[in-house]
Design a protein around this ligand. Structure first.
Ligand code: NOJ
Length: 707
């Protein structure tokens, strides 16, 4: 259809039909289908009390999957709807649909936009083949507090990296060609706008109280960057901001999202969030809740149906809203048109099997998993396994399990996962591998002939994700005992850890000689991790989120503001009296088996001006037999400024493929723009003065801004 036809379609709609397009419900009312194909991702509450003439005006369905089921729902819907506008199907394929990639926090540790883009491309192909048109991903909420269960869905604590990686995923999902989503692409939904990751105390759905400075400089930045890729949707967040729930906030959704960040596509609420304005106690009833959300700029209401219940009264009282409603409905129609739904609303059921979990997506998932692992510690090179170690015992809750997908694993199945034990056996058939949940389960004769133990530890996947905030980040006692028991065998050993969040390991870290942090690696978990353990590849990931030493050290993050009493040995300094200063493992930390060597540092000048940027160059040498991707990170420190600045800010980074025994020259750029910050009046400004540069953790030089 062309735009004129879409306009005509809009003109032909009743008000109810318009509000129908702005409502999203779950799919069970249209067809009697297997529950497993209808994923519920939020609490149940009274909804869907819809008469038939309302039900068949609805615009989109959440959580339905598989081409067959979706086609069934679509055909039942189209049979009975007056205007026969096809339904849009939306889902949460956060890190894969059927082929599961590492959790986003793991993906971010690759620092490699191309890895995330590829993961998104494969996910989009699977989604589209299954009849799904919109993906509720990526999430770019900045995170600093491991207690929040949803850190697993994030890209960590740095605004620039989070924005860049979000952008890469949007690009991968939408696969835009000539301005249009291609037939194997899906519309991306950037979420959760905004600052949802800053809930007080790391408690999910909690209040956010934040200055605008903090928002624009840090928490808002990732959305601002990712929006450049033009996702078709933005999801408003559950939390309040400056006292107002975002679902009802004109400041957030109009002034900031639309005006300042120039977003002009569709805003969808989070699950039930319009109705929840009553729980926030800013709306006295459903009608007021709907009125507030609509006025704030929430175009589509997810799961609750208050728009449809109260539209007549709302429009009667606020006729000026009709213009916004028409604009939103037109965008919905345009998207349906862009996705080709008016030509063919159905998925090709025969294609689904071909696309899902094909060799290419499994390979991409394995590479992503391998590169997302972070080697946190490797004392006496306890990893990789030496060639002479032939009898290996894997012990711990993760030794033999296939439950390595992580939360939000969409349609991923444990049956498809390569366990760690399977991965090791497949990686090297000269190894004898036995897996036990505890050391007591291991027969004595096995232990007698064992050469090496790998303790497979971590936090169960169900303990992170939405609604899974924790106060205790320490490894559970029985696993700490396991590590000590392994140590007492006097056999060489190392640990691999699976987790959806950074854990607090201070009390056990001295008993762990080598620690490979695997997050939740997804379908190819065991194969990817085994390649690293056996030395077929070297770990190359770097942390994007700092690890607290103890639970009570959270939040902890690298780009803290300077204080009047910087942390030092004195009790009159900004520190905890019973905890060492700084995180256990900082942002940017990650080892390889041999370590890259940096040399030949040079800076193109000592002054930076409007039209003269600075180039920071150096050589990265790889002294090992592995090809790997080294992550070079450049930070700046603004020595003196009118408002307080972070002690360090990451301004540039590059993932450099360095061949075995080879070297690569790297050049990173700093522009005047990179040095700007918000002054006391929240204006972006740059002041003349001195800056220090760090590449990774090394302090290299000072330069001066002059202009
Ligand atoms: C609630 C979550 O906050 C959001 O991330 C998700 O996309 C929706 N539910 C839909 O499942």
């Amino acid at each position: 259809m062309d735009n004129l036809q879409l306009q005509e379609l809009l003109q032909s709609m009743t008000l109810k039909e318009k509000f129908g397009q702005l409502t999203q419900i779950t799919g069970e009312l249209y067809a009697d289908v297997d529950d497993r194909e209808l994923v519920e991702t939020g609490p149940e509450f009274s909804r869907h009390m819809l008469e038939n003439d309302t039900l068949y005006t609805i615009g989109s369905v959440i959580g339905a999957s598989s081409a067959k089921i979706i086609n069934l729902i679509q055909s039942e819907y189209l049979k009975k709807s007056r205007l026969k506008i096809p339904l849009l199907f939306m889902h949460d394929a956060i890190h894969g649909y059927k082929t599961i990639f590492p959790i986003p926090l793991g993906l971010s540790c690759t620092w490699d936009a191309s890895v995330l883009q590829k993961a998104a491309e494969e996910t989009a192909s699977e989604l589209r083949a299954s009849g799904i048109h919109v993906n509720f991903s990526p999430m770019v909420d900045l995170v600093r507090d491991s207690r929040w269960g949803r850190v697993m869905e994030s890209f960590g604590e740095d605004p620039l990296l989070s924005g860049d990686l979000g952008k890469a995923m949007i690009k991968g999902y939408q696969k835009i060609r000539e301005g249009q989503i291609t037939p194997t692409g899906v519309a991306a939904c950037l979420k959760h706008f905004a600052a949802y990751g800053a809930g007080i105390g790391g408690k999910d759905y909690n209040t956010v109280d934040m200055s605008l400075r903090e928002f624009f400089e840090n928490f808002g930045k990732p959305y601002e960057i990712a929006l450049e890729e033009e996702p078709r949707f933005v999801m408003s967040s559950f939390n309040t901001f400056n006292g107002v729930p975002v679902t009802a906030s004109q400041t957030m959704l109009k002034d900031i999202l639309r005006e300042r960040y120039q977003f002009d596509d569709l805003v969808i609420s989070d699950w039930g969030a319009v109705a929840e304005l009553q729980n926030h106690r800013v709306a006295q009833d459903g009608r007021e809740a709907a009125e507030l959300a609509l006025s704030a700029g929430v175009d589509i209401e997810m799961v609750s149906t208050l728009y449809l219940e109260h539209y007549e009264a709302i429009i009667e009282q606020h006729p000026q809203l009709l213009k916004d409603v028409d604009a939103a409905v037109l965008k919905v129609l345009q998207l349906k048109n862009e996705l080709g739904l008016f030509d063919n609303p159905y998925a090709d059921e025969s294609l689904e099997q071909e696309v899902i979990m094909n060799a290419m997506s499994l390979e991409a998932a394995e590479e992503a998993a391998r590169r997302s692992c972070v080697l946190l510690k490797n004392e006496n090179s306890m990893l990789p396994l030496r060639k002479e170690y032939k009898n290996v015992i894997l012990v711990g809750p993760f030794a033999g399990t296939k439950e390595l997908l992580g939360n939000w694993a969409c349609k991923g199945s444990f049956d498809d996962v390569v366990s760690l034990a399977e991965g090791l056996m497949q990686a090297d058939d000269s190894l004898t591998v036995a897996a036990y949940e505890t050391l007591e389960d291991c027969p004595k004769n096995e232990l007698d002939k064992c050469d090496y133990i790998i303790a497979a530890i971590g936090e169960h996947w169900g303990l992170s994700g939405e609604g899974h905030s924790s106060v205790k980040l320490e490894l559970e006692d029985r696993q700490q005992h396991l590590i000590r028991a392994v140590k007492n065998t006097n056999l060489p050993y190392s640990c691999v850890c699976f987790s959806g969040r950074p854990l607090a390991l201070q009390d056990i870290i001295d008993d762990i000689p080598s620690l490979l942090w695997c997050w939740y690696p997804g379908t190819r978990a065991g194969a990817a991790v085994a390649a690293l353990l056996t030395g077929q590849a070297t770990p190359s990931g770097k942390l994007t989120m700092s690890f607290p030493r103890y639970s009570a050290q959270a939040p902890v993050y690298y780009n803290e503001f300077s204080t009047g009493r910087p942390a030092n040995g004195s009790s009159y300094s900004s520190r905890y009296q019973d905890c060492e200063i700084g995180p256990l493992f900082p942002f940017g930390h990650g080892l390889t088996y041999t370590g890259a060597e940096y040399s030949n540092f040079a800076i193109s000048g000592r002054k930076i001006t409007e039209d003269q940027e600075l180039k920071v160059s150096f050589t990265v040498r790889n002294p090992s037999r592995y090809d790997y991707s080294e992550i070079a990170i450049l930070y700046i420190e603004d020595l003196i400024s009118k408002t307080v600045r972070p002690t360090r800010e990451m301004k540039s980074y590059q993932v450099v493929q360095v061949p075995s025994y080879g070297k690569v020259d790297v050049e990173l750029t700093i522009t005047l723009e990179d040095l700007k910050y918000l002054n006391a009046d929240l204006q972006r400004t740059v002041e003349p003065g001195d800056f220090r540069i760090y590449v990774n953790n090394l302090d290299h030089s000072l330069f001066t801004i002059e202009y």
